[in-house]
Design a protein around this ligand. Structure first.
Ligand SMILES: Cc1cc2nc3c(=O)[nH]c(=O)nc-3n(C[C@H](O)[C@H](O)[C@H](O)COP(=O)(O)OP(=O)(O)OC[C@H]3O[C@@H](n4cnc5c(N)ncnc54)[C@H](O)[C@@H]3O)c2cc1C
Length: 302
């Protein structure tokens, strides 16, 4: 029996672990894939107070080390459900079951897909959601990035150092990322921006060999020979497995407020997974602290 089990080792979950350990609670953090969460996809973080510039991996490494040094336990498993038994909660994973007095769900968000037929089968075979992780596989090749926001532009800038040519495919008639990033993109000779256009076909059976494009205005079709496609069209919640114990809003985010409490006493949510306007590291770590202190208070008053 743990005092607190935390689902997800992103900035929110790890900060919650830090605060809970400082309050002397026993803590288990369960992470399904990447210690550090989505921040590990970020090549450069320049908006986290106190740090002028660092990579997402550097940030994640320090945070994980800090949490382990404080005595939190970490397991690599996927949480499939959380059950409320009143005074205790059962956390079911893909390889076992755990019991805790309180649970903090900090499971972040997942990548939005384009929705094309063979997108899943080509993921890992030419399609990627992370240039930091997979960019090196496309060294000296042509690639495309789908999206026009900050994430897409950051992906394109990173890929421009490795790849021969980088095409940015954006459905709107303009890029939506920060002005500073757009200026940088415009100054790169091997990056071409194609606006008002969507990807509507993925070519290749075992590996991606190209993409089919459609211009939104006149419906005209064209093909691009690329070996890689990096999809950066936003993130969506992935909370359905926990909707029995923590309510969801109309968009699928947990409807917990600033106090991170859910409809179930003893179950809290933190970070990008809950409803909020700004999803950043600063807001995730803030939630982690609030949720942990609320969980400690809940346990102390049991
Ligand atoms: C490319 C990119 C660049 C970014 N750059 C910046 C930046 O420069 N500055 C900034 O402030 N923010 C940036 N962000 C946003 C920032 O990374 C997020 O706001 C922050 O990581 C949210 O933290 P979180 O802990 O809520 O969620 P996440 O970081 O998403 O962590 C959630 C964790 O939960 C795990 N998980 C999910 N479901 C389960 C389950 N069922 N069982 C177990 N584990 C589970 C996930 O694997 C993940 O590790 C960037 C994001 C991306 C994608």
């Amino acid at each position: 029996m743990y005092d607190i089990i935390i689902v997800g080792a992103g900035p929110a979950g790890l900060t919650a672990a830090l605060y809970a350990r400082r309050a002397n609670k026993t803590v288990l953090v369960i992470e399904k894939s990447t210690f550090g969460g989505q921040v590990t996809f970020s090549p450069k973080i320049e908006n986290y107070p106190g740090f002028i510039s660092m990579s997402g991996n550097e940030f994640a490494d320090i945070l994980v080390e800090q949490v382990i040094n404080q005595g939190a336990e970490i397991e690599m498993e996927k949480v499939v459900s959380v059950e409320d038994n009143g005074q205790t909660k059962t956390i079911v994973t893909d390889s076992g079951k755990y019991e805790a007095k309180a649970v903090i769900i900090a499971n972040g968000v997942k990548h939005r897909q384009i929705g094309l037929e063979n997108e899943n089968s080509l993921t890992g075979n030419g399609i990627s959601y992370c240039a930091v992780c997979d960019g090196a596989f496309f060294k000296g090749k042509d690639v495309a990035v789908v999206g026009g926001g900050n994430s897409a532009l950051q992906e394109a800038i990173l890929l421009s150092d490795l790849c021969t040519g980088v095409y940015i495919i954006q459905n709107l008639d303009y890029l939506t990322g920060e002005e500073k990033l757009i200026e940088k993109i415009n100054g790169l000779n091997n990056v071409k921006v194609i606006t008002g256009t969507v990807v509507e076909k993925l070519y290749g059976s075992d590996e991606l060999t190209g993409i089919g494009l459609k211009r939104e205005k006149d419906g005209s079709l064209s093909d691009l020979d690329v070996s890689g496609l990096f999809i950066a069209i936003g993130l969506v919640p992935d909370n359905d497995a926990f909707s029995q114990v923590a309510g969801l809003n109309d968009y699928g985010y947990f409807d917990s407020g600033e106090d991170c409490r859910t409809k179930t006493p003893g179950i809290f949510t933190a970070g990008d997974c809950r409803q909020k306007k700004t999803r950043q590291i600063t807001t995730a770590v803030s939630d982690g602290a609030v949720a942990a202190l609320a969980a400690c208070e809940y346990i102390d008053n049991m």
